[in-house]
Write a protein that binds this ligand. Structure first.
Ligand code: 6PG
Length: 243
C-alpha cells in the first residue's frame, strides 16, 4: 500500500510562504482556548528567517496574542547563545527580543538535554503515551534529508525513549541538541517548511518516492495523533505532483 502523502500547499515565493505560515500561526494561537500557553517549537537555519522577521513586523507584531504563546526550539547547535551559528540568536534577533512571549533556549553549549526534557515535562501537556505535546513543531529540511538535528546515520534517529538528546553529527564534526522523533511526532501540528531549488530532490523523494528513494530522516516524521503539513514554494515543489 503506497503511503498516503501529507497535505502540502505550494506558494509562489518564499515570502508568500512565510506570510501564510505566520497568518495560520496567528489564527491557531488566537483560537487557542487552553489555559496553557500555545507552544511553538522553532526550527533553525535560514528558511524560517523570513517567518520570524514577519513576527516582528505589522500586522503580526500587534495582532499576535504574544502573551498566550511560548516559544521553544526543535534543535540547537553546540555554541553559545551569542554565536552567529546559534538558532537562539537568530530567533532573538529576528523577533524574540521584540515580543513579550516566554521563550526557552536549548543550552546545547552546555549539553543540558536532560534539563530541557525537564522543562518540557513541566511546561507541556502530555498525551496518553506520556509524551509532551507541542501545539506546533516547525521543521526545515536539509539537502541530505535531515530535519531538526536528526541527520542521516546518527544515533538520535533510533532514540525511542528520550525526548531531547545531544546528537553527534560526524558529517558536521559537531554535536547538536535535538528533539527526538517521539516528541516531534506527538505534536498537534507538524509543519515542514521548504523553499528554494536546493530542496527539490528531497521534496520529490517524499512526494513522488521511487524504489531507490533513500529513507531520509524527514520521512520518519509521522504524527501519531496530530497532523503533518508541508509548506512549499514553487521552486522547492518543482517537478513534484503536490496539491
Ligand atoms: C538547523 C535546523 C535544520 C534546518 C535545515 C534546513 O539547526 O539548521 O534546525 O534542521 O531546518 O538544516 O536549513 P535551511 O533552512 O538553512 O536550508
Amino acid at each position: 500500500m503506497t503511503p498516503t502523502m501529507p497535505p502540502a500547499k505550494v506558494y509562489v515565493s518564499a515570502d508568500a510562504l512565510a506570510y501564510e505560515v505566520a497568518k495560520e500561526l496567528m489564527n491557531l494561537a488566537s483560537n487557542h482556548s487552553s489555559d496553557r500557553p500555545f507552544s511553538i517549537a522553532l526550527s533553525g537555519g535560514s528558511t524560517p528567517k523570513r517567518l520570524y522577521k514577519l513576527f516582528g513586523q505589522e500586522p503580526f507584531r500587534s495582532r499576535m496574542p504574544w502573551d498566550k504563546v511560548a516559544f521553544y526550539f526543535g534543535d540547537e547547535r553546540s555554541v553559545p547563545p551569542e554565536d552567529e551559528e546559534s538558532n537562539f540568536r537568530m530567533a532573538r534577533e529576528t523577533f524574540l527580543d521584540s515580543v513579550p512571549s516566554a521563550h526557552y533556549r536549548m543550552e546545547a553549549d552546555s549539553g543540558k538535554a536532560q534539563e530541557y526534557e525537564a522543562l518540557l515535562d513541566d511546561h507541556l501537556p502530555k498525551n496518553e503515551a506520556g509524551l509532551p505535546t507541542f501545539d506546533v513543531v516547525l521543521l526545515g529540511i536539509g539537502t541530505d534529508g535531515h530535519t531538526a538535528s536528526l541527520f542521516p546515520g546518527t544515533k538520535a534517529l533510533h532514540e525511542s525513549q528520550r525526548w531531547v538528546v545531544m546528537n553527534e553529527v560526524p558529517q558536521l564534526g559537531t554535536v547538536r541538541m535535538t528533539l527526538t522523533y517521539p516528541v516531534i511526532n506527538a505534536a498537534h501540528n507538524i509543519w515542514v517548511l521548504a523553499s528554494g531549488a536546493s530542496k527539490q530532490r528531497i521534496v520529490q523523494g517524499v512526494f513522488s518516492p521511487t524504489f531507490g528513494t533513500p529513507d531520509w530522516p524527514i520521512c520518519s516524521v509521522q504524527p501519531t495523533h496530530g497532523s503533518l503539513r508541508w509548506w512549499l514554494d514553487t521552486e522547492a515543489a518543482q517537478g513534484t505532483a503536490v496539491a
